[in-house]
Design a protein around this ligand. Structure first.
Ligand SMILES: C[S@@+](CC[C@H](N)C(=O)[O-])C[C@H]1O[C@@H](n2cnc3c(N)ncnc32)[C@H](O)[C@@H]1O
Length: 470
């Protein structure tokens, strides 16, 4: 270990594994070191950036030996942008480590009769797989290492891109992003160039001032596009010039909207979204169902892979026309509607009131009359009283946020005794914790990991639980 000023450098650190949350890991004298962007099998020199009691966090400053597994990342922004940290790992290896993440977490439950985990379902697309990206404007661009090393004269500090991980006030200007199909890059670049040419101000995140604040681009599988521009203050002339320019240049934008956000935070959920031209929503199609996607609606971001995910949920649930299904954390009701064609009745519950409005609208346009949707916090809505009013749950589907299920909700589920629980999770750690609360009464019958987000460590996992015979 060498020490220079305050920088502690660890030399020749061998990366041995990838742990939970996708963190590449080494061990020195029994102490765990996490090294982002590293690949198992590589040997690297590491600068320590954070020391905790149980682990150290470092960053690679030099690669001594490349791993046999490592490949060249295809994105020019790799290593700086926080988006696709696993690009230097072949896709087959990414799938291996995602499968392992699920297995490691499930093993923690410690039950002997856990079934074999099905092979992870790979994403049909590994680039341009997202249908939504959110960008930030900033007048304090993150400078590249080259610009710093070369002492370059900087005459433009404006950026339109993604936040640097853990630095809320620094934004990386994105030249090309591989996550969303065109015209995503073309639209973002056109807005940037127009703003620079016309002297529009970019947002100052610390001072909370500036005209251009956020940009959201959404698309459907058939190539229709929604653009939402968020302005930090209003200026009708500048706003219309930019929006008219976009409308003229990109006929694919069938929904052009804007928001004025003078609040401290970037969320638009509590603000009016104003439709400038075209529709206020996009229409998406999945497995014969139509879905309305409004500016604030949640819709799964990998639209090709979501069909595989829902199909597995459907297979695991295996409902029949005499059964009542509860879809907890229903979002815009997509799983509920997917299942409704085969069940007697489906009840969806979700926190976001607008999503429930979309769910009701989607039920109507798909002529599904056997679904009821309710808005509210799960622990307040999903009560014993609610179940006695709406009917016994034969099958219960859970798709909670990363934090998992509230203990009150688990208690109600256990008392409700559904024959089957299908638990979809984007966080195997909290899922494993919740599964152990169901363990005394339920048997885990099937486990199916699904990759929704190539080049990231994120993994989705579906578990089928069946009530033990009494
Ligand atoms: C992973 S998303 C699932 C959405 C949906 N099942 C789908 O496939 O599109 C989780 C959903 O849980 C909702 N949610 C988060 N916390 C909640 C709570 N306490 N009560 C009810 N819903 C909640 C979120 O708004 C979000 O729509």
């Amino acid at each position: 270990m060498s020490k220079k000023k305050q920088n502690i450098i660890l030399n020749d650190v061998e990366i041995i594994d990838i742990a939970a949350e996708g963190k590449a890991m080494a061990k020195i004298n029994g102490k765990i070191i996490f090294v982002p962007y590293a690949i198992p099998g590589s040997v690297v020199d590491v600068q320590i950036v954070r020391k905790q009691r149980n682990f150290i966090e470092g960053k690679i400053i030099n690669t001594v030996k490349k791993s046999d597994k490592s490949i060249d990342a295809f994105c020019e922004h790799f290593g700086v942008c926080g988006g696709c940290k696993w690009q230097n790992l072949p896709y087959s290896e990414q799938l291996f480590y995602k499968q392992k993440q699920v297995a490691d977490q499930i093993k923690r439950i410690g039950k002997a009769d856990i079934p074999e985990i099905n092979d992870i379902i790979a994403s049909p697309k590994t680039v341009e797989y997202r249908n939504k990206l959110e960008f930030t404007f900033s007048c304090k661009r993150w400078l590249t290492q080259n610009e710093i090393d070369e002492n370059a004269v900087i005459d433009n500090y404006n950026a339109l891109g993604f936040h640097i991980p853990q630095l809320f006030d620094k934004v990386l200007n994105i030249n090309y992003c591989h996550l969303q199909p065109e015209p995503s890059n073309a639209i973002r670049k056109a807005i940037y160039d127009f703003a620079i040419e016309n002297g529009y101000s970019f947002f100052d995140i610390r001072e909370k001032s500036g005209f251009l604040r956020n940009l959201i681009i959404r698309n459907t599988k058939c190539g229709e596009v929604m653009v939402i521009l968020v302005f930090g203050c209003d200026d009708e002339k500048k706003r219309s010039s930019l929006l008219d320019y976009l409308q003229m240049k990109f006929p694919q934008i069938i929904s052009l909207q804007y928001v004025i956000n003078t609040k401290l935070n970037d969320s638009i959920n509590d603000l009016d979204v104003i439709c400038y031209r075209g529709n206020s929503f996009l229409m998406e199609e999945m497995n014969g169902l139509k879905f309305k996607i409004a500016a604030k609606s949640f819709y799964q971001t990998n639209p090709e892979q979501v069909l595989n995910l829902y199909q597995k949920v459907f297979d695991f649930a295996n409902v029949n026309s005499s059964q009542t299904v509860y879809d907890l954390y229903t979002g815009a009701g997509t799983i509920a509607l997917f299942i409704a064609r085969h069940a007697k009745k489906v009840i969806g519950i979700e926190y976001v009131a607008e999503a429930i409005e979309d769910a009701k609208y989607n039920a109507k346009i798909n002529n599904l009359n056997n679904v009821d949707f309710y808005a509210g916090d799960m622990k307040d809505v999903f009560t014993a009283d609610f179940i006695s009013k709406n009917g016994k749950a034969d099958v219960l589907i859970l798709d909670p946020p990363r934090a998992g299920i509230h203990p009150k909700v688990s208690e109600i589920i256990l008392n409700a005794h559904p024959e089957k629980i299908v638990y979809v999770s984007c966080n195997p750690a909290t899922q494993a914790r919740d599964l152990s609360t169901f363990a005394p009464e339920y048997k885990i019958e099937k486990i199916q990991p699904v990759d929704m987000f190539p080049h990231t460590h994120h993994v989705e996992n579906i578990v089928l639980l069946v009530l033990n015979a009494t």
